[in-house]
Design a protein around this ligand. Structure first.
Ligand code: PGA
Length: 259
């Protein structure tokens, strides 16, 4: 990480986990131990139904609450969907976009991801936009190509002044929920490549201001090493964000890692 130019962000992705009462218990337990994380911002992304009460519950623990998806339209006939405007209106700041589980199960494409990122930014949310290769693509030697393609698609048509509000998460699909973490070198290399593409598109000054997270089985054991990579500016954490002690250990690792 490089704190001179960009923020370090540790974000939990709860996916479809934690009921409201579990969320409340989590907030109480976290409040008791979190203190004031000096060197990183902490975000917890969770199911829509719990966002409003969670914002109250996490208010005094320096934790921002985020959503896990949003639609690209402002409103309309999209049964079951939630717009970026609705999230903004209740006070949400962050929204995950294009997570591989959504690409896999809900037909998200690079095209919809781009539309969602643009719309979220217009509304004033910070998108956490996910990219990453499959195991098959890695084994075929296509990792860097996939990263180039997805990052270019994600930023297509995005005005320069919005770029630093985008957080990119490098999440190799084969590492998500599998316990098979990328090595620190692989994570560092993926994040470095993402920044290189942003540099090509927008120049060095903007590229160095973008927060790029690693995600995929980040845990208490490997967090320090992953976060110590110069282009890894935080984590998007699934499984290990569900329990306070694990999540807290990762926040501590981020606080210990110095440039
Ligand atoms: P994981 O999930 O940490 O459980 O691998 C990461 C993610 O899906 O963002």
């Amino acid at each position: 990480m490089n704190r001179r130019y960009r923020k370090t962000i540790i974000a939990g992705n709860w996916k479809m986990n934690h009921t409201l009462s579990e969320t409340k218990a989590f907030a109480e337990a976290l409040r008791a131990v979190i203190g004031r994380p000096k060197w990183c911002d902490v975000v917890l992304c969770m199911p829509y139904v719990n966002l409003v009460p969670a914002m109250r519950q996490f208010k005094d623990c320096s934790v921002s609450v985020g959503a896990e998806n949003c639609h690209y339209a402002s409103n309309g006939a999209y049964t079951g969907e939630v717009s970026a405007e609705m999230l903004k209106d209740i006070g949400v700041k962050y929204v995950i976009i294009g997570h591989s589980e959504r690409r896999q199960h809900y037909n998200e494409t690079d095209f919809t991801v781009n539309k969602k990122v643009k719309h979220a930014l217009e509304v004033g949310l910070s998108p956490i936009a996910c990219v990453g290769e499959s195991l098959e693509q890695r084994e075929m030697g296509l990792t860097m190509e996939v990263i180039h393609y997805q990052v270019k698609a994600l930023f297509a048509g995005l005005p320069e002044e919005k770029v630093r509000h985008v957080i990119v998460a490098y999440e190799p699909i084969w590492a998500i929920g599998t316990g098979r973490t990328a090595t620190a070198e692989q994570a560092g290399e993926g994040c470095r490549e993402i920044r290189a593409v942003i540099r090509q598109l927008y120049g060095a000054r903007i590229a160095r201001s973008v927060t790029i997270q690693y995600g995929g089985s980040m845990n208490t054991e490997n967090a320090y090493e992953l976060l110590a990579q110069p282009d890894v500016d935080g984590g998007l954490i699934g499984g290990a964000s569900l329990q306070v002690p694990d999540f807290m250990a990762i926040i501590k690792a981020a606080n210990q890692t110095t440039e």
